[in-house]
Write a protein that binds this ligand. Structure first.
Ligand code: TRP
Length: 332
């Protein structure tokens, strides 16, 4: 059997360069090697958007356009809407018995997210326990590999634990997945913050037009210790150079800029102008493909429905095996 990939994103906004280096790039690279399922995790997004669920609708389309724009091939990859695979909810419930409250409370990513969100009426059970539903996402498709950003590693670990527990208790039905993080585990924000995040307003989006891109790049944070372009500057930890390393394919140009920057013979403006040129070139084909699909909304709709239909068939098959393993398939 061909090995499978399952990964996904919450449809809470357009995808950015951080998503690209963290995960999208791996998905595009591996899509012909693995039978690939990409989940639009709207149920997970609801765990902190349940008061305004109407924001998800447009985002389901926008994220799909981002996927198609970066080069996921709809003939190959299944794009799946989570809420349209109700078997996921069933598996989540069974998994809940296999995880302790204490384990959930230790999840560092969820802890951090809870801090950022400042839930007014306390932490909703749905949000706090989403790692369990994410384990169902991964295992219902029997995925071997999960390309994700670094912040998702605790979720994959949780999924592995659940699989070990399930297989030991019932029967060896589920596959223990492995995480795969992009070469650049975490892309800093344009403001130098540790990562790009919508709430910090420090992102460059895959769909940004050239004028927006130029503005973002020219206002980027650089080396705070450097006052004049003739001061020797720092390249390490300077996000402008981190982006050059990730997105400028002309390595000789990047090396030359670094050398001149360290010596104080190139200004921030020039380094940024060259970064703009590199990023604009990188984004041009992505924008182009996005525009092509945007002009065919019917086709996009079909891609989503077809991907979800195929995925659901896989999920239904796994659930049969799960119920049999759990000895609750009373009438089979
Ligand atoms: N938690 C992921 C995120 O916030 C989205 C997600 C949901 C996911 N289900 C998944 C990622 C399964 C990988 C595998 O981006």
């Amino acid at each position: 059997m061909e090995k499978r990939i399952l990964t996904g994103d919450r449809p809470t906004g357009r995808l950015h360069l951080g998503h690209y280096v963290g995960s999208l790039q791996n998905r595009v690279r591996l899509q012909y090697e693995y039978d690939t399922y990409v989940l639009i995790a709207d149920v997970q997004a609801l765990t902190d958007n349940f008061e305004h669920p109407e924001v998800l609708r447009q985002n389901v389309f926008d994220v799909t356009l981002d996927y198609l724009a970066v080069g996921l091939d709809p003939e190959r990859v299944k794009i799946v809407v989570q809420s349209m695979v109700p078997e996921l909810a069933e598996l989540t419930i069974y998994f809940m018995n296999l995880v302790t409250v204490a384990t959930l409370e230790r999840n560092p990513t969820v802890k951090e997210e809870i801090k950022q969100r400042n839930f007014k009426r306390g932490v909703p059970v749905g949000f706090w326990s989403y790692p369990i539903s994410q384990a169902a996402d991964i295992t219902i498709f029997k995925a071997h590999l999960v390309p994700v950003g670094e912040d998702q590693l605790p979720m994959i670990e949780q999924a592995r634990e659940i699989v070990r527990r399930f297989n030991a208790l019932y029967d060896k039905v589920l596959i223990e997945p492995k995480a795969m993080v992009g070469e650049v585990a975490r892309l800093p924000g344009t403001d130098g913050a540790a990562k790009m995040s919508k709430s910090l307003n420090n992102c460059i989006y895959l769909s940004d037009p050239p004028e927006v891109l130029r503005k973002c790049v020219m206002s980027m944070f650089t080396d705070p210790t450097r006052i004049h372009p003739t001061d020797p500057g720092h390249v390490e930890g300077n996000p402008v150079f981190t982006y050059h390393d990730s997105f400028n394919p002309d390595k000789a140009e990047v090396e030359e800029l670094k050398e001149r920057y360290r010596k104080g013979t190139v200004g921030d403006v020039e380094v940024k102008q060259r970064l703009f040129a590199a990023l604009d070139k990188f984004l041009a084909p992505i924008r182009q493909r996005r525009a092509e699909y945007e002009a065919k909304p019917e086709r996009v709709r079909e891609i989503i429905l077809e991907g979800t239909r195929k995925a659901r068939a896989v999920a239904q098959q796994t659930m049969k095996e799960v119920r049999t393993a759990m000895k609750i398939a009373y009438f089979d």
